[in-house]
Write a protein that binds this ligand. Structure first.
Ligand code: SF4
Ligand code: SF4
Length: 358
């Protein structure tokens, strides 16, 4: 018999309206203004004068159940239990009593040990990839690199001194699920995958051949008669996508993998719209536990952006205005042949004017 009613869903995102702070639900679609009272504190005012305050704190992203219980206890005391996590793993405590702002901030900073900030033109919490917790591909520890970097940038999280907000991300492989950001730290591989022919499962052949974006993988018959695959080195761009499909193709290499920094990405539709990132630095050592070379390079970009950016310019907009040549001059990074885009889409980004911009 055909069902006439859809069964209740037990998967996917639940209906978010059940989690809204009561004041948010009451004034849904009727908000008038919003202000930043100080770094880390927002105030939304509704048409009827209701005020909802938000205190934003940086989280460690990877947290124990005990830590999450502590955070929820603080929300129970000051926020009627309402808090939320942003896509960059900031924690936002929502409250409607202004008198509770200072006690809440004191509890967040001194009981939970979390910094308050990340609003407006500051460095927001770093978005990073799931890494070794859930993924089989990591070539570095994204969580560790984020911890080291945020320790270095904590004052920039608490202050609002940049021309516009700065989003950072880290990714532990070139697939880059940390996604686009103003400044992004991404692992780089430097050779084609090594194939373990003994472990190669024939059932995986079609998948792994199809996954290669540059058609560098082809089927091969070994001398023993066993089916396997071969990689055309000249075609391979070391992306590692095949390793995700087939564990018999190992791309990670502790001796040669390095880190790179990309700049100028954004998802926002403001002004010129969303933008892809471009390479700024490559070949930084994958140097745990503190990755100091990465922190130094990120600091150079932030310093140059802070000094040269105009109000509201994001990192990519600042670079496009001053030109990439000046970006390399101001940051002191070396410009190499690897910075020249030579892929199939390069014609759309080359400067084809007869005027040379210097
Ligand atoms: S960036 Fe790569 S290795 Fe890291 S979690 Fe995402 S897919 Fe896995
Ligand atoms: S690393 Fe990337 S380009 Fe190279 S063979 Fe694998 S999928 Fe193809």
């Amino acid at each position: 018999m055909r069902a006439t009613k859809m069964a209740p869903r037990d998967q996917g995102a639940p209906d978010y309206t059940q989690y809204l702070h009561p004041m948010m639900a009451k004034n849904y679609g009727k908000w008038d203004t919003h202000d930043r009272l100080r770094p880390g504190v927002l105030c939304h005012t509704a048409e009827n004068g209701d005020k909802l305050y938000t205190v934003r704190a940086g989280s460690t992203r990877t947290m124990s159940p005990a830590k999450i219980r502590q955070i929820c206890n603080v929300a129970d005391r000051f926020c009627r239990g309402y808090l939320r996590f942003t896509t960059r793993a900031n924690i936002e405590f929502l409250l409607d009593n202004e008198d509770d702002l200072d006690p809440l901030i004191d509890a967040v900073e001194n009981e939970l040990g979390l910094p308050v900030g990340g609003t407006g033109p500051s460095v927001s919490n770093i978005a990073h990839t799931q890494g070794w917790l859930h993924c089989n591909l990591p070539s570095t520890d994204a969580s560790g690199a984020v911890k080291a970097l945020m320790d270095d940038l904590i004052d920039e999280f608490k202050r609002e001194e940049f021309p516009n907000r700065v989003h950072l991300s880290t990714s532990c492989c070139q697939i880059n699920c940390g996604s686009h950001a103003d400044i992004s730290v991404i692992v780089q591989h430097h050779h084609a995958p090594r194939i373990n022919h003994d472990a190669m499962q024939i059932c995986e052949l079609p998948k792994v051949v199809a996954i290669c974006p540059v058609a560098a993988i082809r089927p091969m018959v070994l001398e023993s008669g066993k089916l396997s695959v071969d990689v055309v080195d000249e075609k391979c761009m070391y992306c590692g996508a095949c390793h995700g499909q087939c564990p018999s193709m190992e791309i990670r290499d502790a001796d040669t993998d390095t880190l790179s920094i990309w700049v100028g990405g954004k998802a926002s539709s403001t002004r010129d719209g969303p933008a892809l990132m471009k390479l700024a630095v490559w070949g930084l050592p994958n140097n745990p536990p503190r990755w100091p070379e990465v922190s130094i390079a990120v600091r150079k970009i932030l310093q140059a952006y802070k000094e040269g950016g105009k109000p509201w310019e994001r990192v990519g907009e600042w670079i496009e205005r001053i030109g990439w040549q000046r970006f390399f001059e101001k940051t002191g990074f070396e410009f190499t042949k690897y910075h020249i885009e030579d892929g199939p889409d390069a014609l759309s980004t080359f400067n084809r004017s007869s005027h040379v911009r210097i």
